[in-house]
Each structure stands twice: as structure tokens, then as C-alpha cells.
Write a protein that binds this ligand. Structure first.
Ligand SMILES: [Cu+2]
Length: 174
């Protein structure tokens, strides 16, 4: 009985861990790394957080991926690359917070729209709101938690979920 409980907990934590780190295929699901995709629209739908990865999938004969500085990005200039990717299936880990800039290294493609700017945020910052009912008055308290360990992040997610359950129960009771 005890071992079965342990297995269930392990599965739940593994699923949560998968949900915390995401792989973002550039342009997907409607496009890819090509001349047609609107990348500013694509990034606007996604929240990039540390631990995620970018995946560039494209024809290596047609395109490339060049990570550049903001200056290179703004001037469509890949002549001073930070990193150059050429395989057609390139994975870029997003390890730290900040903004990163990618363009296509093929002549004129960047000008034609093959440029993407990705803003990576910390996933460890969470705002937790705790509410308490006193009679028919609800008192809420917000607290922002900062941690670096992934395991702590998992624990905090669990706390948030439990908090939601408590709030739902409160609404039902009152
Ligand atoms: Cu290209």
C-alpha cells in the first residue's frame, strides 16, 4: 500500500517536471523557420522561461540560424555571429533570463522577415495569492516567491494547486 502511494507521487512529479520545461519549435504549429512565418506574432503567444529550449526545424539547403546581438538583429547583419547553426534541426537551450536574437544567415532572408526576438523570463518567480474568509469578508494576501532549485518550483506548484482547491471549497461553503 505504501509503495503504491509512492509510485503515484513519483508519476505526478514527473508530469509536473515535463510541464515546467518546454520545447518551442520556432513558428509551430502554423509555420516553421521559413520566409512565410510572422515571428513577432508567434512569440506573442508564448511565455519563454529559463530551462525551456528553442528548436529550429528547416531545410538546411535553404536556411540557417545565426544568433546575433541586438545591433546585428536591428541592422539585419549576421557578420558577427554569437553562434551559427546549420543542421536544419537545431536546439537552443534557454538557460538564462534576457533577450536573445536569431536571424537567418542566408542573404536577404533576414530583411524578408526571418528574424525572431525571444524574451526569456524566470520561471522561479511566482506570485501566490492566499485568501481567507472571515464571515462574508474575503481577505487576500499576495506573496512573491523566488527560488533557484527546480525541486522547490515543483513544491510551489503543488502549494498553488492545493490553494486553489481550498478556495474552491470555500466558495462552495459560503
Ligand atoms: Cu533563410
Amino acid at each position: 500500500m505504501a509503495s503504491r502511494a509512492l509510485i503515484l507521487i513519483t508519476v505526478a512529479m514527473t508530469m509536473l517536471g515535463t510541464a515546467l520545461a518546454a520545447s518551442h519549435t520556432v513558428g509551430a504549429p502554423d509555420g516553421s523557420w521559413d520566409l512565410q512565418t510572422n515571428y513577432s506574432q508567434w512569440v506573442s503567444r508564448i511565455r519563454f522561461t529559463t530551462g525551456d529550449e528553442l528548436r529550429f526545424q528547416y531545410s538546411a539547403a535553404m536556411h540557417s540560424v545565426v544568433e546575433v546581438s541586438k545591433t546585428g538583429y536591428d541592422s539585419y547583419n549576421g557578420s558577427s555571429p554569437i553562434t551559427t547553426f546549420l543542421t536544419g534541426n537545431d536546439v537552443v537551450p534557454l538557460a538564462t533570463i534576457g533577450t536573445r536574437y536569431f536571424i537567418c544567415g542566408v542573404s536577404r532572408h533576414c530583411d524578408a522577415g526571418m528574424k525572431v526576438e525571444v524574451n526569456i523570463k524566470s520561471k522561479e518567480v511566482r506570485t501566490v495569492q492566499r485568501c481567507r474568509w472571515t464571515g462574508n469578508q474575503r481577505r487576500c494576501q499576495s506573496e512573491t516567491a523566488l527560488s533557484s532549485a527546480v525541486s522547490t518550483g515543483v513544491d510551489q506548484s503543488t502549494v498553488v494547486r492545493l490553494g486553489l482547491v481550498v478556495v474552491a471549497a470555500g466558495v462552495t461553503l459560503f
